[in-house]
Structure formats: structure tokens, C-alpha cells
Ligand binder design. Sequence first.
Ligand SMILES: *Cc1c(COP(=O)(O)O)cnc(C)c1O
Length: 425
Amino acid sequence: MYMDNSFEQIRKFDPEIAGYTEQEEKRQLETLCLIASENYASPVTVGMEGTVWANKNAEGYPGRRFAGGCEIADQVELLAIKRCKELFGCEYVNIQSMSSTLSNVAVLRAILKPGDTILSMELNQGGHLSHGARFHYSGKTYNVIQYGLNRETETIDMEQVERLAKEHKPQLIICGTSSYPRKVDYERFGEIAKEVGAYMMADIAHPVGLIAAGVIPSPVPYADVVTTSTHKTFRGPRGCGVIMCKEVLGKKIDQQIFPGLQGAPKMDMIASRAVLFKECMTEEYRNYQNQVLKNAEALADELKKCGLRLVSGGTETHLVLVDIRELIPTGREAEDVLGSVGIVVNKNMIPYDPQSANLASGIRIGSPALTTRGFKEEDMRETARLLAKALKHYENKEILEEVRKAVKEKAVKYPMFAEEWNPCD
Ligand SMILES: *Cc1c(COP(=O)(O)O)cnc(C)c1O
């Protein structure tokens, strides 16, 4: 195929970019990635991007294109949609959005009028900027009311959700989170939305892979719309927002993606996601997602043993939110110290954080990326101990150097994508 050996050619033609790419590959192999929103995309799906599909203009939707020569492209997009419906059991799918944030904007534009009321989760407590943050399109265009966590349990305060829904009569209730370690009660959200006559949207960008594999519950039976990205637990490449919805909303949402917000779709992205959906139906994928859950639990358990407090006390997903104040003053320092020893994390606010978002009192970590590399429970425990050791001795250069060596030694033993998850024989 015409893209074969392209990296060899780039090495000759553009050694600067080739050099950076090799440096980045080395970085990804020599560090331990605990960023909950990152993963190593499955080679079969990432490999589909940049194929001949990257050349095709397929503006419009299957059967209604604004460019010729789309007969085969139509088959690919229809197959992607069919597989997505099978995988999640949803009625209608749009697969053209270039990102999940953009998908959310399209949904809001399709079902709301400017000034309508949205009830959604506060950003600082685990929500997402596209759910009504004041600096985002969603927050500037709609009247946004927000719910948060119960102070004691640090889980979503469903009584508050119900009270706010009854009081403000929103047109849309949004659930789904970016830094919440627990399962979301989609059924209850659906009931509350029904009671007040609101649409219910679940944004599953974070836990979607666990849902696709059936290892945690799905919002599809209870939501009018479900949106997701494809690069977190899903383990596909970045870019792409998938919108699943009830049949009656389908055409309106399609129109908001194209021609409302975008032009021609990225056909290589769509072909790649068709492969991803097929991969999600394999035993290897289900085993992977089960291991993601077990690994997050092992990570959480060992961090507690090392004296760290976990928000909500633990995890039921791929994600752990750690209050680091027992060992180091701020999340920013934690991120920097861990980065210096090769453990890659991001600082994150904890519920009712006394610090600003810039400093924060926590770190958000997750198991998807290391699980892709082949880590099992004992490896996660070892990683947790290294993490805690670095934080505890953040001012001791010698101990940090010891941890840095141990991290690199551990990381280089694992491939980027473990053979056991490979769905191809
Ligand atoms: C990560 C995330 C998104 C954004 O996905 P992009 O494809 O990067 O725009 C949307 N919603 C939630 C809840 C997320 O966690």
C-alpha cells in the first residue's frame, strides 16, 4: 500500500520531526503513564489512520454526499454505525465528529435553544468543561445549574440532583465525569430527567471501554443521548466523538455536526473506529477491560497502604483520585516530582479543594495505559509504592534518583501494546 515505509522516508526527508517522534516513542516506553485519560491506541485501529481513506472527501452522510466516488466510503461509514449500534445497543449513531467536546456542542445545539437550562456537574468536582463551564460555549450560551458531591461520601449527591431538577426544571440533565472514580447511577439520572421532562445526556468519554466490554453498567437504556471520545479507556486513537441517541433525535444531531459545525468528515478516522468497534467485541478486549478494573483496584489499595487518602475511599472504575496532602503540599509539586522520576500523572482538584486549580490538592491517576502495556495487579502495587516513595521523599535527591532508576528499569521491560491484547491471530 502506498503509505508503506513512510517513516523511513520521513527520516530522510524531515530528520527533525522524525527525531522528535523517536524521542517521544522512547519517552513513552521509558516512563510509567498513569494519566487516566491517556492510553496506547490499539495498533489495528491506529494503523487505519493515514491509509488511503485519508484522501477521500466524503462531505455529507451515506447516500447523501456532496462529492462523487463515495460508494465505498458509504459502506465503511454504514458498517461503523452498524457495529457501534450492536456494541452499545443504541438506536442511532453519528460517527463524524472530530472530538468529543464538539459532539457535546452539537448535541446542545440540536436539543436546546439559547438561554435554556442545563443541569450538570461542577467542573471542579469532576464534570467536564463542555458541560457548562463559564468559559466554554456551553456556559456562555445556556443557563447552567450545577450539582456536586456529597461532602461526606464524596459521591454524586443524587438528592441534590433531584432537588435542583425540580426547582429549576432544566431542559437537559447531563451526567458523566472526568475525574470521578465511582460508577454513575444512570438509571436514577434517567428517572429524575423523566420526572421533570428534561432530556438526559450521559457523557461516557472516560469509562466507555469498560462499558463497551460490559464490565460496568451502561447508560444507553436510560439516556436520550450518549456521547464519548475514543481515546481513553476505549483505546482507540485521539480525535473523534461518537454520538449515540434515540432515533427521533438522530437527524437533528446529524445536521448540527454537518453542516452546522463541520465540513467533510475524516474518512480514515471513521474506518479506524469501525475496526475499533469490531475489536471491542473480542475476548481479548473484554479481558483487557477486566484487567483495567483489577489494576485500578490494586493501585488504589496499595496507595492506601502507603498512607494516602483516596477521594470517595477507593475506585469502581479505571480511575483513582488521590489526596496527596499527607505526603506533599500540592498537586502541582506532586506532578513535578513524579514527572522527574518518570511517573507521568496530572494534578487535579479534589472535592472542596482549598487550593486553586493551578496548584490543587490531588492527582488523578488511572490504570488503562499501564494495563495496555501488560501490567498486572502486582506491577500496579509496585508502581504505587514507587509513587508514594517519591512523594514522601520529594526533597531527597538520592532517594528520587533511586526511584527514577527503578521506574525506568520497570518500564523498559514492557512493550507499548502487550501481545495478549492483540485481537489478530
Ligand atoms: C475527555 C473528555 C471529553 C473530551 O474529549 P475530547 O475528544 O478530547 O474533546 C469530553 N467529556 C468528558 C467527560 C471527558 O472526560
